[in-house]
Design a protein around this ligand. Structure first.
Ligand code: SAM
Ligand code: SF4
Length: 348
């Protein structure tokens, strides 16, 4: 302890001393840290941000590499076993390879994954793998160039395809592909996307569109629900559900495709939430710890850190934030209010 006054630290702690790690009041324990390394992006996916982009964080607001790695180390000391780098577009952080190398040097070494749109991954996959990145999820909603340009508002499909190939060549396997189906844009090509992924050995997972877009344009009535994706895929493939027991805290319901061995996942994040098994915690690029994507509050770590807080004091702030995690996201209930921060600024 430094003995300095840190009112924010005292006000936010609250997890019982006897429970180690990152427990909450509903018996869950966070072990999976999502780190947003930048809020910037080079695509403009319709379900995520407006065509003109967003007011990005100024450099002094963002955690430096030293600050980011120090906070991740505190999380690892609190039992985090997997660190997922995300954003915004994580590949836009110039120091990303160095950040991965430093996280991989932590003890115990966490598994390191990344969620990326894949633009630029063709050059970075091997250096990232060499630095210690274990796995990658590439977001790709369609392999139809016109649909891709419509949905992302950028003509970069070829770059994403090259990035995926480079990820596989660099051994960042299993390479996973994340897709969101949007009505009237790519809903009728979901089976083509699955065929394309199966042919290349990529594991495809669909996720329901969530109310986390900066424009607040999400509408339950137009969302393509998980059961609809399943019906659309079943027009072309035989899907056999894998036993629920194989799922653990993983949110995707998985299906064997045409008898296997390949699978497809469908994540019903809105229509059948997996909150009860959630083991995630989040750090934003400007140093806020969040206990949930949908949380309307977050706790500042950057302020105490820059004021000289010790690791133990930072750990106390983090434990307090996680202890307050709500039971569920509550989408569809009368009380639900979309968080002010969009997905791209929280870290998806
Ligand atoms: N830019 C990177 C990417 O696209 O993979 C990482 C950040 S992005 C916010 C992380 C994931 O969130 C992507 O797979 C993206 O498709 C997904 N996503 C963004 N907005 C979403 C929304 N409103 N509903 C569901 N998924 C969303
Ligand atoms: Fe960028 Fe990812 Fe959001 Fe698309 S989903 S705009 S790639 S942050």
């Amino acid at each position: 302890m430094t003995g300095l006054p840190f009112p924010a630290v005292r006000a936010t702690s609250g997890a019982p001393e006897g429970l180690p790690g990152l427990p909450d009041q509903f018996g869950r324990v966070a072990q999976d840290l999502r780190v947003s390394v930048t809020d910037r992006c080079n695509l403009r996916c319709r379900y995520c941000m407006p065509a003109e982009g967003l007011p990005w964080l100024a450099k002094p607001e963002m955690l430096t590499d030293d600050e980011l790695v120090r906070i991740v180390a505190v999380f690892v000391g609190l039992g985090v076993r997997q660190v997922r780098l995300t954003g915004g577009e994580p590949l836009l952080r110039r120091s990303l390879v160095e950040v991965v190398r430093r996280i991989a040097a932590l003890e115990p070494r966490p598994r390191i994954a990344m969620t990326t749109n894949g633009v630029g991954l063709d050059r970075l996959a091997q250096p990232l793998a060499d630095a210690g990145l274990d796995r990658v999820n590439v977001s790709l909603d369609t392999v139809d160039p016109r649909e891709f340009a419509d949905l992302t508002r950028r003509d970069r499909l070829a770059d994403v395809e090259a990035g995926l190939a480079a990820a596989a060549a660099a051994g960042l396997t299993p390479v996973k592909v994340n897709a969101v189906a949007m009505r009237g844009i790519n809903d009728h090509s979901v089976a083509d996307l699955l065929r394309w992924c199966l042919d290349r050995g990529f594991e495809l997972r669909f996720i329901e569109q969530m109310p986390l877009d900066a424009q607040h344009g999400w509408d339950a009535s137009t969302m393509i629900a998980a059961h609809e994706v399943r019906t659309l895929l079943a027009e072309r493939f035989t899907l056999t559900p894998l036993p629920e027991a194989d799922r653990g805290s993983a949110p995707a319901e998985r299906f064997l495709v045409d008898g296997g061995p390949h699978t497809v996942g469908i994540i019903a994040s809105v229509s059948a939430p997996f909150c009860a098994a959630c083991d995630r915690t989040r750090l934003t690029a400007d140093g806020q710890v969040r206990n949930c994507l949908f949380s309307r509050a977050e706790t500042d770590l950057r302020g105490p850190l820059r004021a000289g807080a010790s690791d133990a004091e930072l750990a106390d702030v983090i434990r307090g934030e996680m202890w307050r995690k709500a039971r569920g996201h509550g989408i569809g209930t009368a009380d639900f209010v979309q968080p002010d921060r969009p997905m791209s600024a929280i870290g998806g």
